[in-house]
Design a protein around this ligand. Structure first.
Ligand SMILES: [Zn+2]
Length: 498
């Protein structure tokens, strides 16, 4: 098959992309979907397993209520209808990481249907329609050892870890996303970003793409411009970063345009995204639903969430990211650009907590975004990982407002807090960082500086007041930055010309 890529803009001149995104999100429940096994990430292999999640004969599943609560919250936040009655289904297939030889999932009776999520790209809003949100269980994890690619092909042997098998998994499926044109890769990325923020705000998953608790399968097809018949789609599996979501869409558009230009047919298949090259490679040909021999799960009763329960969950939803964005931008009077910088720096929660704890919004932004972000970058850690809390920032900005310290000294206070020297007040005390506000002390320092710089003093006496800057600098140096520079200047001029 042709592998000639068509340059992106050229491809968009002839074809209209249609997207579809299936996202799997592992819920952060304490126990698995159908058994009581713990779910902690990173435990030694096969230490979080039991007869149920290993699929041993005679074991029976029991539904995890916290997981059902989690998926209903996700469904409600995505504006879905929650059905009154639905069932689990068995999806039959063999794979070594699935000990039961079937996955308990949902097929024709999903729990949440017909929702939407609005995303913004370059000031334009795109509504992504949600077809369904359903509940299933995760598989285990295979590790293929000895091959060059980490895939089973070419490996010497494989290991399997069932700790993940049976962790509650929510699958969110969009309807076809059309009419995005050249913005398709950005819309896909914006959707994944917004979905991640939304689920995180609900507190039902840590949605860490790098750890696999959120994974996207990205479908792309092309139709010739001006037509309405969808082309054959490819499905790029388990794309595990937001950037890769964008890049995989872009690559598939360029690749499929090349195939269609050559008069060939796009093969319906799953593909793998290659992080290093930004390309996708062919996986297996895609199964049809009939291949899975779905049937209603006989070991579980149907799910029938009561209206009261669903209404309670709806009433208990937190402020969702889109609403919060509007409110915060207005309250802090920040531009879209500044707001994005704050979000990208991971500072939104920290700044908001700092403001809620009593700091001025602009001071909170200044310290987190300038001073502390820089230090986090220098140390290669997330802002939230710095050993400084919103209440520390509140205290430092209060000390500045009171005049106990100035901005320059505040930086030294943060140095001390980050070095583990204690609270801001303790650092001020230990390092002796107070602004010199005692007039007598300041006055005697100025006398010393005047005595040491007779030439400059003479110029000021002769009317060259601008020369006072040099003496102010000397005063600041002598007090290690702890003097009030404005007051020092006044006193110098007073002493020499008064
Ligand atoms: Zn178990």
């Amino acid at each position: 098959m042709t592998t000639t890529l068509v340059p992106y803009d050229e491809a968009l001149g002839r074809y209209e992309p249609v997207l579809g995104i299936e996202t799997h999100i592992e819920l952060g429940t304490n126990s698995k979907m159908f058994c009581g096994c713990p779910t902690a990430f990173g435990a030694p292999p096969n230490t979080q397993v039991c007869p149920v999640c290993l699929g041993l004969p005679g074991s029976l599943p029991v539904t995890n209520q916290a997981a059902i609560e989690g998926i209903i919250k996700i469904g409600l936040a995505l504006n879905c209808s929650i059905v009154e009655w639905c069932r689990f289904a068995r999806k039959n297939y063999f794979y070594p990481d699935m000990p039961k030889n079937f996955q308990i999932s949902q097929y024709d009776e999903p729990l949440c249907v017909d929702g939407h999520l609005d995303v913004e790209v370059d000031g334009r809003t795109y509504r992504v329609e949600i077809e369904r949100v359903h509940m299933e269980e995760d598989t285990g994890k295979s590790l293929h050892v000895g091959g060059a690619t980490g895939r089973i092909h070419g490996a010497d042997y494989s290991l399997v870890d069932y700790n993940r098998a049976g962790i509650p998994l929510v699958e969110i499926v969009t309807k076809p996303i059309e009419a995005t044109g050249a913005a398709a890769p950005l819309v896909a990325r914006a959707y994944a970003t917004e979905l991640r923020e939304l689920v995180r705000s609900l507190g039902v998953s840590d949605v860490r793409m790098e750890q696999g608790s959120m994974r996207c399968d990205v479908n792309v097809s092309l139709m010739p411009s001006g037509t309405t018949v969808w082309g054959t789609r490819s499905e790029t599996k388990n794309v595990n970063s937001l950037r890769s979501v964008e890049r995989s869409v872009r690559h598939e558009i360029e690749r499929q345009a090349g195939v269609l230009d050559a008069g060939e047919r796009v093969v319906q298949e799953t593909r793998h995204f290659q992080e290093d090259s930004g390309t996708t490679t062919s996986g297996r040909s895609k199964e049809e639903a009939q291949d899975y021999r779905y049937f209603p799960e006989p070991d579980l009763v149907p799910m029938a969430p009561t209206r009261e329960w669903v209404d309670d969950l709806l009433g208990g939803l937190p402020e969702l990211p889109a609403a919060r964005r509007v409110r915060v931008r207005e309250e802090w009077a920040v531009s879209e650009k500044e707001f994005q910088d704050i979000v990208n720096a991971g500072a939104l929660d920290l700044i908001e907590e700092t403001v809620q704890a009593g700091a001025d919004a602009s001071a909170a932004r200044k310290w987190w975004m300038n001073e502390l972000s820089r230090r986090a970058t220098e140390q290669g850690v997330e802002l939230t990982e710095l050993p400084v809390t919103p209440s520390d920032v509140v205290r430092v900005s209060l000390l500045v407002t009171e005049g106990t310290i100035n901005d320059k000294l505040a930086r030294q206070v943060f140095d001390g807090v980050l070095a583990g020297e204690g609270t801001p007040d303790e650092v001020v005390e230990k390092r002796g960082l107070k602004v010199v506000s005692d007039e007598g002390e300041l006055s005697s320092v100025i006398d010393e500086v005047i005595a040491a710089n007779p030439d400059v003093a003479d110029k000021i006496r002769g009317g060259k007041v601008a020369a006072a800057g040099a003496l102010v600098g000397a005063v600041m140096k002598a007090t290690r930055g702890q003097a009030d520079a404005g007051r020092a200047r006044e006193l110098i001029i007073e002493k020499l010309t008064g």
